[in-house]
Design a protein around this ligand. Sequence first.
Ligand code: MN
Length: 319
Amino acid sequence: MSNLDASPAEQDCRAKHDPGPVAELYQARDVPLGGVRGVHVLRTLPQRVLPTVGAWCFLDHFGPHSAAMNVNPHPHIGLQTVTWPFEGEIRHRDTLGSDVVVRPRQLNLMTAGRGIAHSEFAVPGAPAGHGLQLWTALPAGHRTTDPHFEQHKTLPVYEHPGLRAIVFLGTLDTVTSPATTYSPILGADLTVNPGAEVTIPLTHYHEHALLLIDGDLTAADTDLQPGPLLYLGTHRSDLTLSSRTGAHAILLGGEPFHEDIVMWWNFVGRTHEEIEQARTDWEKHDQERFPDIAGHTVQERIPAPPLPGVRLKPRGRGH
Ligand code: MN
């Protein structure tokens, strides 16, 4: 999926450096993705005062949509895209020649590194699309790595009475996803049974956040509704979750990401010039950085929006 905003603003983001154990709700923004179908997503990352949770820098909750969500070829740099469907099937094609369908509870992980482009199309006849699109920011030592794509059809599960957690990225307790990571991180899909109260171990020097998808959930003395992101801060060695009717939720975490980043359109970089160069390379169809995707015409490429009239400035945590 893509940030299809026709005039994306610079993400102006500041946050406390190390907040300790907090419980802060961040409202989702309803973001139209354009087109005649009026498809929209609920975006909870980045926030102005919360640019990242660990290396997680982008979180879109899409659907359930009856209209097909088809996203034409568009580029990425400096990030990983994490596609995690709950319902529906998505065909992914990219500039490396990948052409795969991802199904619910399977992971598509695309590491953009110095540059990649991809398209994502709903599989005709499949159920309504519903799921998450996330990005992780690549740290300095890896952000210009060669692009690569991986799909994981089976993922490890952390089980505890009353709780089942699919670990799709990183590590929860002793359970580690096989997916490639570039910073200490956690992404887990939680199913909490009706009437359950469960305590899960967390890495205390990481920060965490929780997004309720369905049902009811109480965590850190907060009754969650589907929609907002509950930011839990740092210095928690465990988290107790309870639910009356059962819950489906997403737990994100990771080592706080201390690098200042520039996020604009579908790019994560460090400087204005770097973003401008990526935009230029996409617009001039640079075949070395962003080759054509088999099965797509040049006309199907999503054009980059104009850069804002001011220089993009790096933003980080708590400066
Ligand atoms: Mn994308």
